[in-house]
Ligand binder design. Structure first.
Ligand SMILES: *[C@@H]1O[C@H](CO)[C@@H](O)[C@H](O)[C@H]1NC(C)=O
Ligand SMILES: *[C@@H]1O[C@H](CO)[C@@H](O)[C@H](O)[C@H]1NC(C)=O
Ligand SMILES: *[C@@H]1O[C@H](CO)[C@@H](O)[C@H](O)[C@H]1NC(C)=O
Length: 675
């Protein structure tokens, strides 16, 4: 009854709209000349033009479109006692219009499917019909006739212009190059599917024969006597219940074609009705064909494209390689401290030599500017091949980045690459202190500045030792590790870096790090760095500042080789000011100079317990505590002298305050839970 009503309804529409033979449909057969009133379900980019032309895909690349008859057809189901037939006959007129001659992609298919939802199917060689996971699965229950304009080796396509019979897979059961049998000429004639010209395809299946017959011909010709394909298929294994019939279509990644359906006829009881060709919608006017380029032009174009692609590819790989860095999962939490290699590379103009600020035992330091923030940075490039301990080291670096003191060079972050570690610091415009002390070209720092610098360094070191949440040992205090900011304030740099040596070599072996002349005698003996060994180095440093001499000077008189010994000698002779830097030409505050020289001697004491703590050093420099007497015993001073503990301890003034013997050691970590 419903069927009759629907047919009646359509006949009325037919009559009212006065479109002769425009369409006719019922559940088992329909005929569409154009699709304006058709019961189609469209998917993807499929659309129906105003003239009724169905466009499945257009020139948008890598897209899919589908159009299915909205009502399921009751194939293979038993209704009122009789099993319905699997036989069907269908024919449609299509046109595949290429983007340009020889530039087409990808293809389309007629499909019988249990579903008309193809949203998960993909474009390109999958024709909007399947996707990677479901292609080839028996569970698909899809029969398709593909019109394929690209040869895909993956699906064993025979060529780039074929018709194939597909069951559940894009690997055709049988396929044939597009040809049609000319009854008149009695031979097969080739057709180019993507010629832009309308063609007609017939698909017939007879349940008894179990043959899928596919026949192709240019539109307007009657059905040829010979089929293009006649493929034996037992459809009862594929078609299980209600099925949808329709089309899917896809464009390629590189090329696209307009895929049109002009008319469609379907019949489950007998031959599909033929079209009145004149009633089919017209195709849009053809794009102006460009002057067909000659073969040489095409060849050179392809060559140029290949060369271009190669160059771009190579450039991309080189670029990738150039900015390659190492990032591991555990670094996630350090995100804000992590600099990208690309940024550092750009900031330092590719680590150019002209950006070089200095080179030391740990590596080279480059100057740079982060363009986005105009931040001036110094990037320390450290060779570091060891993976071992890297995690702990970075954790410590980040921890050190939290240190905030006006006399410390701020560590901003880091970056890692294979074999290289980059530490990013605040840029110190005036460079390192040693250049001012020893370079003849530069103006000598006056005493006021020197005193402020050494006081600042003392303050920074006190912060590291006692005022932060953990005890941080510097381990390499020396003039070249003191940097000067714009106001000539001294700032300690490179703290914690000594750890690199531990990480870079075998773990659990202790390496004495530091610089000769600044190394406390017990450090070379035990290998244990402590706050006392830092104090020793600080002593050497302030003597350097006062005397304008390196701790060990290999030129000159043999007795003057070791600075401490020489200063001590001067002091014993009652002429300690003889040790002051001659370049100051006596222009200094005498009390301060004497204080610094004596403090330097005290810090350089061979017995670690005899050295003051940094807090005491600060008190002395600030005038809050008196300088304890320096013992007369030469033997207790100097790096290479014999050491007699009891002699010295007895001479320590009680006013200096009680101090527990130093127990801090750091062979395992620069950071110690100390307070
Ligand atoms: C193709 O069709 C889609 C959907 O109608 C549209 O968004 C897109 O712009 C079309 N592409 C071209 C090249 O016409
Ligand atoms: C299919 O083609 C074969 C010959 O190729 C023919 O014998 C058979 O009748 C055709 N069947 C249909 C349903 O057209
Ligand atoms: C076709 O498949 C059905 C269902 O699997 C089976 O019963 C029938 O025997 C098959 N026919 C042929 C000719 O193989």
């Amino acid at each position: 009854m419903a069927t009759v009503l629907r047919s009646l309804y359509f006949l009325i529409i037919l009559y009212v709209s006065n479109i002769p033979l425009a369409f006719y449909q019922d559940e088992n057969r329909f005929l569409y000349h154009g699709f304006n009133q058709a019961n189609l379900h469209l998917g993807g980019i499929a659309e129906i033009h105003r003239n009724g032309l169905l466009q499945l895909t257009n020139l948008s690349k890598d897209r899919a479109g589908s159009a299915f008859y909205r009502f399921p057809l009751n194939f293979n189901t038993t209704s009122s006692g009789a099993t319905s037939s699997l036989s069907f006959s269908t024919t449609f007129v299509f046109a595949l219009v290429p983007q340009e001659p020889n530039m087409c992609g990808h293809g389309m298919a007629f499909a019988i499917s249990p579903s008309m939802d193809f949203t998960h199917a993909i474009s390109n060689r999958y024709l909007g019909l399947f996707n990677l996971p479901n292609n080839g699965l028996a569970a698909n229950h899809i029969l398709a006739i593909e019109l394929d304009s690209v040869k895909n080796p993956e699906f064993e396509d025979i060529d780039g212009n074929h018709v194939g019979v597909d069951v559940n897979s894009l690997k055709s059961i049988q396929s044939a190059p597009a040809t049609y049998f000319s009854d008149k000429e009695g031979r097969n004639i080739s057709l180019e599917l993507v010629s832009g010209n309308p063609m007609q395809l017939w698909i017939d299946y007879d349940e008894a024969e179990k043959l899928v017959n596919v026949t192709l011909a240019p539109a307007g010709l009657s059905k040829p006597n010979r089929t293009l394909l006649s493929t034996p298929i037992n459809l009862s294994q594929i078609i299980l219940g209600p099925m949808y019939v329709g089309f899917t279509s896809a464009t390629g990644y590189a090329y696209a074609s307009d895929h049109y359906i002009l008319g469609w006829s379907f019949n489950r009881s007998g031959q599909a009705q033929s079209f009145d060709v004149s009633s089919l919608p017209r195709l849009p006017p053809r794009r102006k064909r460009k002057e067909k380029p000659g073969l040489t032009t095409i060849t050179s174009l392809i060559l140029a494209a290949v060369v271009l692609v190669t160059i771009i590819g190579a450039a991309y790989i080189i670029r990738r390689k150039k900015y390659e860095e190492i990032r591991e999962d555990w670094e996630m939490e350090y995100g804000p401290h992590r600099f990208s290699y690309k940024n550092l590379y750009k900031a330092t103009k590719g680590f150019k030599d002209e950006q070089l600020l200095g080179a030391g035992g740990f590596g080279k330091v480059y100057r740079g500017v982060i363009s986005s923030s105009n931040l001036q940075i110094a990037v320390k490039k450290v060779s570091h091949d060891s993976k071992q301990g890297m995690k702990e080291f970075v954790a410590e670096i980040i921890s050190l980045g939290r240190l905030r003191h006006r006399n410390l060079v701020q560590l901003l972050g880091y970056c890692r690459r294979r074999g290289e570690l980059f530490l990013v610091y605040d840029y110190m415009p005036n460079g390192s202190l040693d250049k001012f002390l020893y370079s003849n070209g530069r103006p000598t720092l006056n005493w006021l500045t020197r005193f402020r610098i050494l006081r600042g360094v003392a303050s920074g070191l006190l912060y590291l030792h006692e005022e932060w949440e953990q005890v941080v040992l510097h381990r390499d205090i020396k003039a070249s590790n003191v940097l000067l900011d714009t106001e000539y304030n001294g700032r300690l740099g490179d703290f914690g870096l000594a750890r690199l040596y531990d990480h870079g070599t075998e773990p659990h072996t202790t390496h004495v790090v530091g610089t000769v002349g600044y190394l406390a005698p017990e450090l070379t003996r035990t290998g244990k760095a402590t706050t006392c060994t830092d104090v020793f180095a600080f002593g050497a440093f302030i003597l350097e500042m006062a005397c304008g001499r390196r701790p060990i000077e290999l030129q000159g008189q043999p007795e003057n080789v070791i600075l401490v010994d020489w200063v001590f000698e001067c002091w014993r002779k009652g002429a300690i000011l003889d040790a002051s830097d001659p370049r100051l030409e006596g222009d200094y505050v005498m009390e301060e100079m004497i204080l610094v020289l004596k403090l330097g001697l005290l810090c350089s004491h061979a017995n670690p317990a005899a050295r003051p703590s940094m807090r005491q050093v600060m008190q002395v420099l600030d005038g809050d505590a008196n300088l304890p007497d320096v013992p007369y015993d030469t033997a207790s001073l100097g790096t290479f002298s014999n050491y007699n503990a009891s002699d010295f301890l007895l001479s320590l003034p009680s006013s200096f305050g009680q101090r527990s013997a130093p127990s801090m050691s750091s062979t395992d970590s620069i950071l110690k839970e100390g307070r």
